[in-house]
Write a protein that binds this ligand. Structure first.
Ligand code: SAH
Length: 215
């Protein structure tokens, strides 16, 4: 499948910069991964607009500038073992895969995991493992993680995820009690505890418990 033309890509990167995505490695990864591969049907032509778009199972692919800012906030080193909660389309995981050693991504909808896996295979992104699971429990068998990114909003950072973060590790998670007002926060784990800082207001679909019923 052919990607976007050079002009579209240039505009995309220019806009990401204007929205505060300044890390050149993050910009390079986002230039490399074609968002058009992760959007289907009538919205496919809008993949290079800075908007969230509908995907299967009533979910959304995040806005590119938010993907960029979250990825940047993780401060990846290239050697990281990353856990993502909320595979969705797989776009965020694909961007992470270019900047980290290994990415585990979980979604509660089996269909989304299946479809994302097919895109990862097509792009030969072999360092991503996608699994159907309730991500609010994390992924005990692969813990601890250098980085954790949650792409669905919780009231508070889930306890199992805090516990599965390495000392020295970073987690990025949208938190908030309502569907409309949430804050993206960064959690750093040190020897003595957890430090929190706020990044910006965001709006994500909710982190729900249990598995989806789509089969
Ligand atoms: N990162 C995605 C966007 C995620 S949308 C992308 O790049 O396209 C949020 C996703 O979180 C949805 O697919 C939803 O099914 C998933 N989700 C919500 N609660 C979850 C949970 N407890 N465990 C795993 N996934 C969850």
């Amino acid at each position: 499948m052919s990607g976007p033309d050079a002009e579209t890509k240039m505009q995309f990167v220019y806009h990401l910069r204007a929205r505060g995505v300044t890390d050149t490695r993050v910009l390079a990864a986002m230039e490399e991964i074609d968002r058009g591969q992760f959007v289907r049907g009538i919205f496919a032509g809008r993949a290079y607009e800075d908007m969230p778009l509908p995907i299967a199972c009533g979910q959304t692919i995040s806005q590119p500038s938010v993907v960029g800012l979250m990825t940047q906030a993780l401060k990846l080193t290239g050697r990281d073992k990353v856990l993502e909660i909320g595979t969705g389309s797989g776009y965020q995981a694909a961007v992470l895969s270019k900047l980290a050693r290994r990415v585990y991504t979980l979604d509660r909808h089996a269909r989304l995991v299946r479809e994302a896996q097919a895109v990862f295979d097509g792009l030969n992104l072999v360092n991503i493992t996608a699994m159907t699971a309730d991500g609010s429990r994390g992924l005990e068998e692969q813990a601890p993680f250098d980085r954790i990114i949650v792409t669905a909003a919780a009231e508070d950072p889930p306890g199992p995820l805090l516990a599965q973060l390495k000392i020295g590790g970073i987690m990025v998670v949208p938190v908030g009690q309502s569907d409309t007002v949430q804050t993206l926060i960064r959690v750093r784990r040190s020897e003595t505890g957890y430090e929190y800082d706020e990044i910006r207001p965001v709006r994500f679909v909710p982190l729900l418990e249990g598995l989806g019923r789509d089969g």
